[in-house]
Every structure is written in C-alpha cells, then in structure tokens.
Design a protein around this ligand. Sequence first.
Ligand SMILES: Nc1ncnc2c1ncn2[C@@H]1O[C@H](COP(=O)(O)OP(=O)(O)OP(=O)(O)O)[C@@H](O)[C@H]1O
Ligand SMILES: [Mg+2]
Length: 625
Amino acid sequence: MPFLRSPTRFIIHYVAARPWIFLVLGLLVAGASLSSIGVQYAMKLLIDAMTGGVRARGTVYAALAVFLCLVMLESLLQRMAALTLGHATVSSGVGIRLDMVEYLTGHQMPFFQNQRAGSLGHRISGLAGIFGAIAHRLLQEVTPPLITFVGAMLIFVTIDVAMAAILGAVFIAVTATLILLGLRGHVHHKAFAEHAGTVGGELIDLIGNIWVVKAFAARDRELERLEGFLDEEASAQRRGWFFVERMRGLHDIALAILVGGTLIWAIGRWSTGAISTGDVVIISTMTFRILHGSRDLAMALIDTSQQFSYLRETLDIIGVPQTLNDAPDAARLRVGEGTVELANVTFGYDPHEPVIHDLTLTIPAGQKVGIVGSSGAGKSSLLQLIQRFHDPQIGHIAIDGQRIDQVTQESLRDTIAVVPQEVLLFHRSVMDNIRFARPDASDADVHRAAEAAGCDEFIRRLAHGYDSIVGERGANLSGGQRQRIGIARAFLKNARVVLLDEATSALDSESELEVQNGLDALIRNRTVIAVAHRLSTIVGFDRVIVVDRGRIVEDGPPQQLLRQKGGAFRQLWVMQVEGLERSSSYPMDFAAAGERLRSASMERGRQLRGAIMNAWSNVAERDPR
Ligand SMILES: Nc1ncnc2c1ncn2[C@@H]1O[C@H](COP(=O)(O)OP(=O)(O)OP(=O)(O)O)[C@@H](O)[C@H]1O
Ligand SMILES: [Mg+2]
C-alpha cells in the first residue's frame, strides 16, 4: 500500500476515499466562517443605522434582520459542519482500522515477534483517532481563522488601507512567533509522548506477565518500578504544560496591548469624524477575533505537526513493506495426496546463521514421519518452513509437486492442519475456538471433533459447556486441555497434511493415552510430520528422522533405527527408558519400565515389544548396576 509511505499521502488517501463528504464539509466550514464575518458586518450596519443622522427605522430593522439571519445561518452551518465532520471521521476510522489490520496481519511472523502486541493494537486504534484529530484541526481550527483573517482584511481595507496593512502584518507576526515558540516547545511534547508510550508499554508488560509478578512476590517491587516511570512522565508532562501556559500568557498580554492600541487609534479617528461608530465596533471586534484566532491557528498548526509526527512514527512501524507476499501469479494449491518435499533447504532467522543446513527430504503421501532431536535442533523451524512462515534462503519446499512459494499462502495453509507446541486460543467460547478451523462446521461436527480429540468430556463438565469462555489465551484451561482443543481444531480442519509439534507435551500419561487415540484417528490416511520429545508417540510411525543442528543425521523406520547400535535414535530411546526407569519406584525393574512404555501406547507397545526388549537389554549390558 503506497499511501503508507508518508503521513501526507495517508491523509490524502482517506480524504479521497470519501471526496464528496469532505467537499461538502469544506463548503460548510467556509460558509460558517463567512457568516460569522457577515454577523460582524451586519452589527456595524445596525450601529451605523442607529447612530446615523437621519433615524431611519426601516434601515435599522433591515440591518437587525440581516444580523439575526446571519447569526442563525452561522450556527446552522456550524452544526451541520460538525455533524458532517463527525460522520466523515467515524466512517473513515472504521475503514482505516480495517485496512490497517488487513495490512498488519499480512506481515511475516518475525515482525510480530519483535513487537509488543498491545502496542500494535494501540497504534492501530490511534491511527483512526489521529486522522479524526487532523481533520478536525485543519477544518475547524485552521480554516476558520484564516477565512476570518481574509474577511477582516477585506473589511479593513474599505475602512482604512494603512490600518489593514498594519493589522495584517501584526497578525502574521504574532502567528509566526507563536508557531516558532510552539515548535521549540515541541521537544516537551515529544518527551512526554515518549514517556507516556514507555509507561503504556510497561503496564501492558506488567499485566501480561502478572503470573510471574505474583509467583515471585514482586508486586511492591513492580509498583516501585512503575512509579519511577510515572514520575518521569509526570515531570515531562508538567514541563510541556507550563510551556503552553507561558505561551498563552504572553499571547494574552500581546492581545491586550494590540486591541487596546487599535481601539485608541480607532476612537481617535472617530473623534475627528473620519470613521463611523459602526467602524469602531467592527474594527475592535474583528481585531480581537483575528488576534485571538492567531493563537488558535498557531496551536492547531503545532498540534497538527505533532499528530503528523506520531502518524509518521506509526506508519514507519506498521507500514514497512510486507516481505513475504504471494507471488504475483500465485495460483491456489491444487490439493492432491499430500506429498511433501524439501529440496536442499538452507534457512536461518539470521541469514548468516543457518539453523537448517542443506536439508533434503521427501515424504510420500500418507506417510507418518516423526522428527526427533535435541532442543534447538531446528525441528519447529522445519515445520514453520513447511507452513511458509519464512522462506528458506536456499532451496525450496513443494507440496504435491507445487512449490509453496508459488501458490497462495491462504491455499497452502488450508491444506495443512497444525497442532503447535503451544496452542493459542482466542478469548472466546470453546465452541468458537474449535470452529475457528472451519467456520461453516455445524455444532455436531465440532462435537465429533472434540470427541475424537478426547476433550468432549471435560468440555461438557465446564460451567457453560461448549459456551464457556476460555479466558485470555485460554487461561481458564489447563495446558493439557488447551492441547486437546488444539487437536480438536486440527481434526475439524480435515486437511491432507498434518503437522504436530509436540502435540502431547503437556499431557500426563493417562490423558496422553486418551489423546493418542484421538491423534491416531486424526492422522489416519493423511501425511503426518510430527515433532516429538516423547518417543512413545512416534514409535508406531512409518519413519523417524533424527535432526541435529539443522541436519538429518538418521532416517528410517523406527524399528530399524532402534536396532542400529550406537545410532542417534537408539541413544535417545535408551535415555528415555532410563529416565522412566529412574522415576519409577522399582529401580532397575525391567518389567516396570516396559510396562510404562507399553501403557504410553498399548497397541504400539505390543507391536514394538521386541524392539524395546532389544533396546533395554543393551542398556542392561552397558550399565550393570
Ligand atoms: N524467531 C526466531 N528468531 C531467531 N531465532 C530463532 C527463532 N526461533 C527459533 N530460533 C532459533 O533457531 C534454532 C532452532 O529452533 P527451533 O525452535 O526450530 O528448535 P526446536 O528443535 O524446535 O527446539 P525445541 O525442541 O526446544 O522446541 C534455535 O537455535 C533457536 O534459538
Ligand atoms: Mg520446537
């Protein structure tokens, strides 16, 4: 969106989006200002008629009628302008926020990882407000004083050209001085805005991490810390405020001197009969008005410049180009059987430090592949690459023979169901959270998915069943419950390719067994890539890949890998068996360890008993305690 490049283009874009309404608005504002000048002129006519030598009642009443009509016209136009402005800014505000959210959500994932979500939300809401504020300032506070000034000058010229020139120069000088002073005071406002931003960010951080604050008994400490930030913000605010008041005071003094001087001069001219009483009245009121207007004008201009800098700052953050766009000729992914291919993929979050090195992998449709490896090996990164949350620096990824960087991201993600390491939930009902995967799913579909994922029972036990609100990020649910809802969601999506990233990591063995049955159903007849720390979840898979520092170090059916003496998978397996063994109340009890493993997946336990025995006997040989 090119109009996000500069604040001026941004404003012009949204004004041009509703050209008629802003045109009418401009005309109403101009009309109201002209009427207000007319009111002053009618007053002069009225006074002149009343003080004229010949007391012509007719002229007096005619002037009075004009005066009253103009007063009413001015209020009418002002009210209409205010209503139109309100309407224009409210509807622009909706459009701006929708456009911004659309653009923002198109950014690549790292963009969000480097920004505070709360502050992005505030900025987007703020943009609508800024647009409204700038429109209001320009139309209601900058345009009227300028029109009044021009009108006053025209009237003054008819009375006395020299006076008009002097007052015009004074107006320009006063306004310019105020703007210059105001811009010097800009540092105070900027400092205040920065401090206020910091305080806002600190508050969001504090409330977002409330668990840590409570768990570490840190409320007092945190309050003290916050007080420090608030104090700094308060003094910045005070400095800005004093500055503005000083400026206002100076302006008041200048106003008194100038209006007083003009009046003395006008009365002097009146006493010699050079100008009429009405002229004196209009000179004094218009002088007062334009000089008063000069302050409003200066203030409005300073404020507008501040709004512009805030707008620029926000556009600099949100308006950065989107780095991961659909190719211009991107087609929808034509879903086939679900073959996944990675060809010579090298990827690093920092291009100079790859976390995946020249990785080539072909997963035939319907195959179930487990990915194991130590923490930080690059397993989650691999899954993210398949979902195209990042593009690899070298190589490419394809699904059913179509490169994923050449199809639309929407269609790619429609093809893939994911259960991530940490299931994220909306602050909505359980029903809405599961249905998020497929908005057109019926209640019965959602229930079936929940049953299959083993979460129907606990959901029904919640206070409001499927209508229970899960709390912010699912805070009202346990980790295991969130994970099962995540699985139900993936279920409902009914996608060809399923990615599981530690989908059962938050479950105890009993619920894992329950979920395992759900997962078994989820992965049937689909291509599955599952990252697992608990090897029991993948021993029944067709294939296991061991990843170490971004490279595949082992690849094969699990039973075969288990038989490889000194192999990486076998070592991991042995370590887990030992871990289970240590945590068991029967140390060195082979049967207990075997039993626990079996219970983790009874069916697979049966199939794989041979493999386990083999692995275990190897440990026993190695470590004859
Ligand atoms: N968003 C990110 N920005 C920069 N570096 C990242 C990012 N995410 C992960 N990394 C780094 O990439 C490497 C691989 O991380 P990844 O999350 O893929 O590991 P993993 O194998 O899934 O580990 P775990 O088993 O702990 O989940 C790590 O060194 C990690 O620090
Ligand atoms: Mg991970």
